[in-house]
Design a protein around this ligand. Sequence first.
Ligand code: AMP
Ligand code: MG
Length: 352
Amino acid sequence: MILALESSCDETAVALFDPARGMIGEWIHSQIALHEKHGGVVPDLATREHLRNFPPLLVSARAHDGFSSVTEVAVTQGPGLAACLAIGVAAAKALALGLRVPVVGVNHLRAHIFSPFIKLHAEDPAKFTSVFQGRLPHLGLVVSGGNTLLLELNADLQIRILSTTRDDAAGEALDKGAKLLGLGYPGGPLVEKLALTGDPRAFDFPRGMGGRDILDFSFSGLKTSLRYCLEKMAVPEVQARLPDICASYQQAVIDALMRKMKFAFERAAYASIGLSGGVANNSRLRSAMAALSLRKRIPLYLAEPRHTGDNAGMIAFAAWLDRTGVDRASGLVMEIDPDATPENSATDPAQV
Ligand code: AMP
Ligand code: MG
């Protein structure tokens, strides 16, 4: 059984995962309410909250069987807020020393990349490895508040990043757009809610950069275009047309993402597609991915809502997949022993 800890940003999370049975339990404390009034995550506050929240979450998890079945502790090693990561790593090392089991550092983005497959594992743990192998090569899209990644998971289980964003992440574009509209934080869900009754063709916003030769994303032009659009409108008109503006803005983000997915298919063939990260909660984006999967006649793996945002379940799952011998050579994973610090590690999370 793997005991996993996650504290890279504003979620404190603990999970227990048994490879033979699936996810045994997940405990999470979100700090959204705390950071909301500041319009974004305040690192010092987040660090303090992790210190405060790990003990009760761990006590709840320990109630399971006193941690007697834990054979490994996994912890998010990075990328993330340095002081927040340090709290998780310190807690994981202490637990591992106390339980006399190894501790393993997990790359947070790698965990997001694998998270759509947690559900597949839960459906039949015994058959997972063979079914999973049949779904490769896999084209994955990780869309969160801090990252936008288009990636390939190869048949030999190596990850190749095909593209990232050159400026804002997809979630950041939605958050910044929402801020311009005075909607609050995080903006993605608020934009989605207003967009439900709006017309996605009402406003013409740009769909990212470049043609089929460029897979990189860019969202800063979209945000600027919204600002110019709002400057030309009177406040009552903006208020009256909020649903149309939100629907059009959201559609521009989705179209920009789907366009690059389409271009990736022009370069290679894939046996499955996947979607993860906080923006994967967006139902219109999920529908667009479902339509692509139908057109390509390949399965779609969507991270379940509890595994889209930051969570410890995906950290445990990635630690397990890596323990099965996956992708050791890629440099995106490494083991840490209780005496080593992540700063001494050979893996630079910033490379991902
Ligand atoms: P993460 O960075 O993975 O914690 O995810 C947070 C990001 O996901 C923020 O930018 C949110 O605005 C975005 N997000 C969350 N839910 C939705 C949604 N339903 N639609 C669009 N974006 C969302
Ligand atoms: Mg994350």
